[in-house]
Design a protein around this ligand. Structure first.
Ligand code: DOR
Length: 440
């Protein structure tokens, strides 16, 4: 398993040409994996970090230099939940446009979900994704293999084969695995393979026909609701199954107060569970749906103030380990229909960092805690040698200017997707340089 992951990295790395040496000078360097938080320099040679610490003036002469004074310098961000749409839905996004969007958003690595066409349930699809990344990608891509063949929830995919080909986790994301026996077996195999199961938790009997959160707003708008319990029933089931199988379970896109409580209790009982949420779940409520804006249609749906509060608390107390985007691009024409018929999904790669910095502004997280949830934690969950700044590691680095302001303009996105409810939002704090293996 470990060997395969490294090979994936090496394969991916061949797309980058290095500049021989680069000095990042006087930045505030934050590396949560080593508890580093210091104003100093980073020297990069041949794509690797070779020194963290002050470089003497006399030795700086011949180096290409970035003056990072007043900037924050962190490990390249990792997004463990992205829909790249290729193969099959290239009109929504491609590996090329999706990874460019990621790079623009400060990410140097991402995991892509298997709900493509064909589904990533076999070695050939995984190999296609990795090959395309080598040819056209701007970041590392770590594919996630399907739990079930065709995401049909009937038969397990060739899980061992997928890991061998380079998949780093398993998920049927976009759909829940409804058959509990199948999920149990998937967990048993995943455990043996050392890979996490990323669970999209949704009881489809409870959510059927729903297009937004069930509550006051859905009643007022006359739209069919999805109750919190649709998520929580499957979170409970998967926690129980994780307990009996010993799998590493990761709960995707947590949206409800009840899920936070269940995950917290499970962690306290020693169950091997981790969790992620996305900026829209700690910033927006179902009020966004008023006006029937289909860009606010997402699954799970935007919830209530009470849920947002619990998610922020879950981020603060460590119940929620990761901030991911669930970047889900759709074509403009698909979203330009009646709310009921629009597909679920919000794009996030180019806004995630600036939006998440709100948590720092409000004192919910320290900058170090935020960066940990976007670097070291996803790397640890997936077993990747990424998300850290250490001597000899790949020089994947993001430089953040906390004072830059931006108004979200989806027409300027590198992503093909424009579907964001944050359009027009004024944000502060931007990734200004994203370095991948020493290349800016
Ligand atoms: O809103 C969503 N869109 N949620 C998912 O789980 C899947 C995703 C997609 O693939 O569009």
């Amino acid at each position: 398993m470990k060997k395969e992951k490294e090979e994936t990295n090496i394969k991916n790395s061949s797309l980058i040409t290095h500049c021989s040496s680069l000095l990042i000078k006087d930045g505030r360097i934050i590396d949560p994996s080593s508890n580093l938080d210091e104003i100093t320099d980073i020297l990069i040679e041949n794509g690797k970090i070779t020194r963290i610490g002050k470089i003497q003036e006399s030795k700086q002469k011949d180096l290409e230099m970035i003056n990072a004074k007043g900037m924050i310098v962190v490990p390249g961000l990792i997004d463990m939940h992205v829909h790249l749409r290729e193969p099959g839905y290239e009109y929504k996004e491609t590996i090329k446009t999706g990874t460019s969007a990621a790079r623009a958003g400060g990410f140097t690595a991402l995991c892509c979900m298997p709900n493509t066409n064909p589904v990533n349930d076999s070695r050939s699809v995984t190999e296609f994704i990795l090959d395309r990344t080598v040819k056209e990608g701007s970041t590392y891509v770590f594919p996630i293999g399907a739990i079930s063949k065709g995401l049909k929830g009937e038969e397990l995919s060739e899980m061992a084969d997928l890991v061998e080909a380079g998949c780093v986790a398993f998920s049927d994301d976009g759909k829940s695995v409804t058959d509990s026996e199948l999920m149990r077996r998937a967990m048993e195999y995943a455990r043996a393979l050392g890979a996490p199961i990323i669970s999209h938790c949704e009881d489809t009997n409870l959510s059927r026909g729903g297009v937004m959160n069930e509550g006051f707003v859905s009643t007022e708008l006359g739209l069919q609701g999805i109750p919190n319990s649709a998520e929580e029933v499957i979170v409970s089931r998967d926690l129980l199954l994780a307990e009996i199988t010993g799998v590493k379970l990761h709960i995707a896109h947590v949206s409800t107060k009840g899920s936070v409580r269940l995950i917290k209790e499970a962690k306290e009982r020693g169950i091997g569970v981790t969790a992620e949420t996305c900026p829209h779940y700690f910033l927006l409520t179902d009020n966004e749906v008023r006006g029937y804006d289909s860009d606010a249609k997402v699954n799970p749906p935007l919830r209530t103030e009470e849920d947002i509060e619990a998610i922020r608390q879950g981020l603060k107390d460590g119940t929620i380990d990761v901030i991911a985007t669930d970047h889900a691009p759709h074509n403009i024409s698909e979203k330009l229909v009646e709310f009921d018929y629009a597909p679920f999904g919000i794009v996030g790669l180019e806004t995630a960092l600036s939006l998440s910095l709100k948590l720092v502004e409000w004192g919910v997280l320290t900058i170090n805690e935020l960066i940990e949830k976007m670097t070291a934690n996803p790397a640890r969950i997936l077993g990747l040698k990424k998300g850290l700044l250490s001597i000899g590691s790949d020089a994947d680095i993001t430089i953040i200017d906390m004072n830059q302001e931006v108004t979200v303009d989806p027409m300027k996105f590198k992503s093909k997707g424009r579907n964001t409810p944050f359009k027009g939002a004024k944000l502060k704090g931007l990734p200004i340089i994203t370095i991948l293996r020493g290349k800016t």
